[in-house]
Design a protein around this ligand. Sequence first.
Ligand code: FES
Length: 235
Amino acid sequence: MKGNGTFFVKFGNGKRQHGARPASSGEALYAACCLLPAALTACCLLRFTASCLLQIAADPKSKRMWVQEGDELVAVEGESTEGSKERFGQLVQALGDKPTVKLTFSRKKKGPVMVMFPDGSFRTSPRIAKLKRVAEAAGYESGCTCKTGLCGNCWFRDPSTGEIYVLPLNIPGVVPSLWRAAGEYGLRPGEGEYENWIPLRLERAPDAYEVAMEQENIRRSGINKRLEERGLEGI
Ligand code: FES
């Protein structure tokens, strides 16, 4: 399993350094799905993420969660961190020899999305990053070298939703079928948002590419036939 490289977990949002931080409508609180060793490090959290992602990928319906970049650590064993790294240190020290610890995190609804690629590499991505770039950043060799989206290498499917993602055209934060259906007018703010409580898992989808190309060929031959009837050049 490849990792993200650097892994960050936020302590508070920089605005509220004191006082308990309640979940607002745009956030969700969740408890760590596994118990972590008490000696917490970024490395430890990264291994934790990788192991949870593997379990979630194996069973997408399981009610498990994982930790990702940008998540906010709000409590240790039910005690609030009060948005403070120092307070977190105190809470961890107070754990003594406890072999495991329960952490509670908060994640913004419109925050980054975890993207998983077929070789097991993964990356926490901004919602509006092109998936081609996310693949590069994750170290996944997709083979995508152009921007047209017309090459078979670049078509992927999320097996849990059946949604088709084309690496140079789609972004993790928007559901592709809704984006395509919106056509030239585009989606309105808040429409077609991908929920980041679920990792976006991508598998190659050569079958979807073939079907799409067949449909495209039929469409083009229909247009060409009509152009020909008018004595015009085809496309
Ligand atoms: S190589 Fe052409 S769209 Fe990816």
